[in-house]
Design a protein around this ligand. Structure first.
Ligand code: C5P
Length: 218
């Protein structure tokens, strides 16, 4: 099987991660969670103790940290300077700070370059994030933009995190606003993306639709 790049974008809780991993497994492809890269870098920034609003210092930490991420859709590791951060990057500290770090231009430049390298090396890969179809892989074979109602997204995320639905809804709304209004590479629908509302769809159904779209395109 030849090169195949699938870009999956959308807001938090839209089902991106589950769908992207399942799709990658079914295609025998690699998988890249770009959100995990922004989260791991945020972990390093928090550890360094620099002020999040001090853009130059944040950029400096970003340039110095040794960030590694796996691409196995059935389980990938994430390390920052050799520390396994897989668990911490899902915690409230990182989640609370990641959108600010991800808004820094120098941080995005660095991670976008890394992401393009991973894509080139893998050849067949499903990549999920916020700016994949628009910026990271504009030449992707398939671009998908997943959405879901705010209620469904909050429900899913709070179930995953065993957290309170109202608090989760507030956090999602806060991050979405930051992610879609930032100046550099905001969350946006690529003009040629297929939009799928997953509110009423099961995961298997979404994956099947994406597979059908891919085979239509040869
Ligand atoms: O997808 P996830 O919720 O793990 O992403 C965490 C954060 O990383 C997002 O809220 C966003 O601020 C940032 N992000 C981004 N661009 C991407 C992926 C994630 O800015 N491609």
């Amino acid at each position: 099987a030849g090169r195949c790049v699938v870009a999956v974008d959308g807001p938090s809780g839209s089902g991106k991660s589950t769908v992207s991993r399942r799709l990658a497994v079914s295609l025998g492809a690699r998988y890249l969670d770009t959100g995990a890269m922004y989260r791991a870098l945020t972990w390093a920034v928090l550890r360094s103790g620099v002020d999040l609003t001090d853009i130059e210092s944040v950029a400096k930490v970003a340039g110095e940290v040794d960030l590694r991420i796996g691409t196995d859709p059935q389980g990938y590791g994430v390390t920052a300077d050799g520390v396994d951060v897989a668990k911490e990057i899902r915690g409230p500290e990182v989640t609370g700070a990641v959108s600010a770090v991800a808004a820094v231009g120098a941080v995005r430049e660095l991670l976008v370059a890394r992401q393009r390298q991973v894509i080139a090396d893998a050849g067949r890969i499903v990549v999920e994030g916020r700016d994949i179809g628009s910026v990271v892989a504009p030449d992707a074979d398939l671009k998908v933009y997943l959405t879901a109602s705010e209620a469904a997204r909050a429900q899913r995320r709070s179930a995953e995190d065993a957290a309170d639905v109202a608090a989760t809804a507030a956090d999602l709304a806060r991050r979405d606003k930051l992610d879609s209004t930032r100046k550099v590479n905001p969350l946006q629908q690529a003009t040629d993306a297929v939009v799928l509302d997953t509110t009423e769809l099961g995961i298997d159904e979404v994956v099947a639709r994406l597979r059908a779209l891919l085979s239509e395109r040869g």
